[in-house]
Design a protein around this ligand. Structure first.
Ligand code: JFZ
Length: 414
């Protein structure tokens, strides 16, 4: 079972992923050619030569970048941690790296350390900060892995010692407390090499969490695919990295935004099953965050703030019979929360045998009338009346205080 041993991670539930690098300049298009895949993969997918791609650095000047504004908003959205792509597969370091000049300070007209600025903003707002670091794929280093290419002639070991290990050491020594390293796509990394990476991280920062994709089963939590949720209860720590549209890095072509209701439902569903939701934004090359992302997250944030009690610090449901079209359940000890997604007059829970002590509306704490009944077929019915002013509303939570610490599920019928 994967265990981060970090209580903050287990309680966090909601985080912000930021994919930002040179690919944001291309925004899904190179020399008039559109990429069919995710925007941050454009170098690999359109076979852009290193000597061409690296010229992008001379165009990177994000004068609208506002780290303070981004972290302040993440805080308002209720997020508890931020994961930033310090180095993605393209190989470009978004900090002042001493081991590679291919970095934002040395190679761009902007010349400022992006990682450092996120560090400062996160400290100001008391936000956990983690770094995405592409350990195996590095399309800039001649010995780094490339996807769907012949890597057999490469000296991966040389790349690890020349770039990967020293850069990890920099991130772990020069940038304060690193909440986690989000490793990704291990490719041909051997078990010994993955172990070496874990040892390196832990020897510098023992509390820094190592993500699922370190490879070789060494991650401290499970990472799922984009927007993918495990169907069966998973005992360990886990996280769903997810996009708001269909790309991580900014693409000018992708307008397939999910609506706030979908995000809210997914957050509740992931929390109900005991996971964290790591939601992505892909800033433009100017540093500006797409308006649509802000609009969606502002709406999600309202729900998260008003219903924080039903989200943060909740524990996984052992089974999930309550994933209805109108609602979903989360729980803490002695509390069951009903997340209501559609306008309703009452909220009924069948087959839950808990003794109810009281019920209230989470957003304002108002006590609610409830009724308990044993139906003629046997199972218990708990019915909570929704007050008139809430009957037309959606996306709010009701709390049921119970005698028992855990939900008591009865056999489900029909
Ligand atoms: C990886 C990256 O290649 C991608 O660019 C992005 O950073 C994303 C968050 O992570 O893509 C993956 C890797 C693994 C899976 C899915 C997407 N997976 O195991 O399902």
């Amino acid at each position: 079972m994967q265990d981060t041993k970090q209580q903050w991670f287990k309680d966090a539930k909601f985080g912000l992923f930021i994919h930002w690098g040179l690919y944001s300049i291309l925004a899904g298009e190179y020399n008039g050619q559109k990429t069919e895949r995710i925007a941050e993969w454009i170098m690999n997918d359109l076979d852009i030569p290193v000597q061409e791609y690296e010229k992008l650095a001379s165009r990177f000047n994000p004068i609208e970048f506002d780290p303070d504004g981004i972290v302040r908003r993440a805080k308002e959205w209720g997020m508890k941690y931020l994961v930033f792509t310090a180095k993605h597969h393209e190989g470009f370091a978004m900090w002042d790296s001493k081991c590679s000049d291919y970095n934002v300070v040395k190679a761009t007209p902007y010349g400022k350390d992006i990682v450092r600025q996120f560090r400062e903003a996160c400290d100001k707002y008391d936000m956990k900060l983690g770094f995405y670091y592409s350990q195996a794929q590095d399309w800039h280093d001649p010995d780094g892995y490339m996807a769907r290419k012949d890597n057999s002639h490469k000296n991966y070991r040389a790349y690890l010692e020349r770039k990967c290990f020293p850069q990890l050491r920099e991130l772990l020594t020069e940038y304060g407390e690193v909440a986690l390293i989000w490793f990704d796509t291990p490719m041909g990394t051997t078990a010994e090499e993955s172990e070496e990476m874990v040892r390196l991280v832990k020897s510098i920062q023992p509390n820094c969490i190592v993500s699922g994709r370190i490879g070789n089963g060494l991650g401290e939590y499970m990472t799922t695919g984009d927007n993918f949720i495990p169907r069966l209860p998973y005992e360990g720590d886990w996280e769903v990295p997810a996009t708001l549209n269909d790309t991580w890095g900014y693409s000018k072509f992708d307008h397939n935004w999910k609506n706030p209701d979908e995000i809210i439902h997914l957050l509740a569903k992931i929390n109900s099953r005991g996971g964290n939701y790591l939601l992505n934004i892909g800033p433009m090359s100017s540093g500006k965050v797409p308006e649509e992302s802000l609009r969606i997250l502002d709406e999600v944030g309202t729900y998260v703030r008003e219903n924080a009690e039903a989200i943060f610090g909740t524990k996984r449901m052992g089974v999930y019979p309550y994933e209805l079209d109108w609602g979903i359940l989360t729980r803490k000890d002695y509390k069951i929360f009903i997340h209501v997604f559609k306008p309703r007059i009452r909220a009924e829970l069948l087959n839950i045998g808990n003794k109810v002590k009281g019920a209230y509306l989470v957003p304002d704490g108002r006590p609610l009338e409830f009724r308990e009944e044993t139906t003629c077929e046997g199972p218990t019915l708990i019915e909570v009346q929704i007050p008139e002013d809430y009957r037309g509303k959606k996306n709010y939570t009701i709390c049921i205080d119970t005698e028992e610490a855990e939900p008591v599920f009865e056999p489900i019928q029909g």
